[in-house]
Design a protein around this ligand. Structure first.
Ligand code: ZN
Length: 252
């Protein structure tokens, strides 16, 4: 058997294995990407929760310091009231009364700020709950999708491993440059086909008609011929109309 002929035969077998591997990967569908997106979402939501929790802690701290401020203002007021009892002239009395009023206003202002901060805490707590619900939801979906993917992977694992072994066997039978060419073409093709046949005069990959002299070259298998239109390697020529049996490309 000619080297090229052997090469092409092994290449066609390799592609059959690759098709089966693709089919297994196809079963996983969009699950791997969906899982990745959910994981990303959960990280983002968790960081949002942290921001809210920090906001709550900050508001609590503000409230604590405002309460302290009120306590100090109250003790000042008490002191002023005691002083007022010992006042002898009205000018001093008025001055202290003014101080008392200012202190009362400060207390009112601090109380107002406390109220605002409590409202802020309440809002942030609500936000935390909302985000937490989203996290719970995403986590539940993530678990389901992960389980689904695990099941698919487990179910197809033995098959996939066997195919990978087969792939190695065929790979070893193909000369390196041709194998490289096949891998290159495959990686650019949406249908992942790197090697095709000429079927009823047309390229199986792009359906361009192939001139007879070229078909003869392909059939001769003395050199590697590629489709001038799509670049795929031609593995063989099949003419279904004259009922030429398609070559068996399964096991050797
Ligand atoms: Zn083509």
């Amino acid at each position: 058997m000619q080297n090229i002929e052997k090469d092409l035969k092994a290449l066609l077998k390799l592609q059959e294995v690759d098709k089966q591997i693709e089919a297994i990967l196809h079963l996983r569908g969009a699950l791997p990407q969906e899982i990745q997106k959910l994981e990303h979402d959960i990280v983002a939501l968790t960081s949002q929760t942290t921001t809210y929790t920090e906001g709550i802690a900050e508001a609590e701290q503000t409230i604590a310091s405002l309460r302290l401020q009120i306590k100090e203002l109250e003790s000042d007021i008490q002191r002023y009231e005691e002083q007022q009892l010992q006042i002898r002239n009205s000018r001093e009395y008025d001055a202290i009364t003014k101080e008392l009023e200012l202190h009362q206003l400060d207390i009112q202002l601090a109380e107002k700020k406390i109220k605002t901060n409590y409202a802020r805490i309440e809002k942030l707590q609500q936000d935390v709950l909302t985000v937490q619900a989203k996290i719970d939801n995403a986590s539940a979906t993530l678990k389901i999708k992960k389980d689904d993917l695990d099941t698919i992977i487990t179910d197809s694992q033995t098959e996939q491993e066997a195919l990978i072994e087969k792939r190695k066997k065929y790979q070893a039978q193909i000369t390196k440059p041709l194998l490289q060419q096949y891998e290159n073409i495959r990686s650019h093709m949406p249908n992942k086909l790197g090697v095709v046949k000429v079927r009823d005069g047309a390229c199986e990959g792009c359906f361009t008609m192939i001139p007879p002299y070229m078909q003869a070259d392909i059939q001769d298998k003395k050199e590697i011929v590629c489709c001038e239109h799509c670049g795929r390697i031609f593995g063989d020529v099949i003419n279904v109309t004259i009922l030429e049996p398609e070559e068996e490309v399964e096991e050797e």
